[in-house]
Design a protein around this ligand. Structure first.
Ligand code: FES
Length: 178
């Protein structure tokens, strides 16, 4: 009986804490940010991606972007992050935005576009959007750089190509706090 009462009190405490956390989240973030952060559909590593980017932000968090291509179009995009809730929201929204776009269109996405797609971010989370977009650009640059090298090597007398960009390895650090 006493044990049951303790459990009920504990359940009440958990429910109250949950309610307070939800209230605080709603005060800070848009409904879209909360939805993308809590239910990310594109979170996860991709096996053998065509393009891969990883950027380590000044905040100490890292975002990775994985792309599967169909010619010059992005067929599938996923991400990983060890960062904050907004970084999950940014990674998820960004990978949703680029799916189906051409590489050129994806390269034109700016942090402001991502922030707008999320119905805004608080000032202290703006850099999370910058980190996500930098990671996407890193993936695109590595892929395009690899294609260029491949083209050059194919034209060279040895004909050697090493244009693969699917492997992890290079980590780009972003600049100062904005
Ligand atoms: Fe580092 Fe959000 S605080 S990505």
């Amino acid at each position: 009986m006493e044990h049951q009462e303790e459990e009920t009190n504990f359940d009440r405490l958990v429910a109250e804490l949950q309610r307070q956390i939800t209230e605080q989240e709603r005060a800070l973030y848009s409904a879209k940010v909360i939805e993308e952060a809590h239910n990310p559909t594109n979170l996860g590593r991709m096996a053998e991606p065509d393009a891969y980017g990883i950027v380590h932000g000044w905040c100490g968090d890292t975002i990775e972007v994985y792309l599967r291509l169909n010619g010059w179009r992005i067929r599938e995009a996923t991400f990983m992050t060890d960062g904050c809730g907004p970084s999950v929201a940014c990674g998820n929204m960004l990978t949703r935005l680029v799916r189906g776009t051409s590489l050129e269109e994806a390269g034109e996405i700016k942090p402001e576009d991502l922030i707008a797609a999320l119905d805004g971010l608080p000032e202290e989370s703006l850099h999370c959007a910058e980190l996500a977009v930098s990671t996407l650009r890193h993936a695109l640059e590595r892929y395009l750089g690899g294609q260029l090298r491949r083209g050059r090597d194919a034209a060279s007398p040895t004909g050697r190509g090493d244009g693969s960009t699917g492997e992890a390895g290079e980590v780009v650090e972003t600049g100062n706090a904005t």
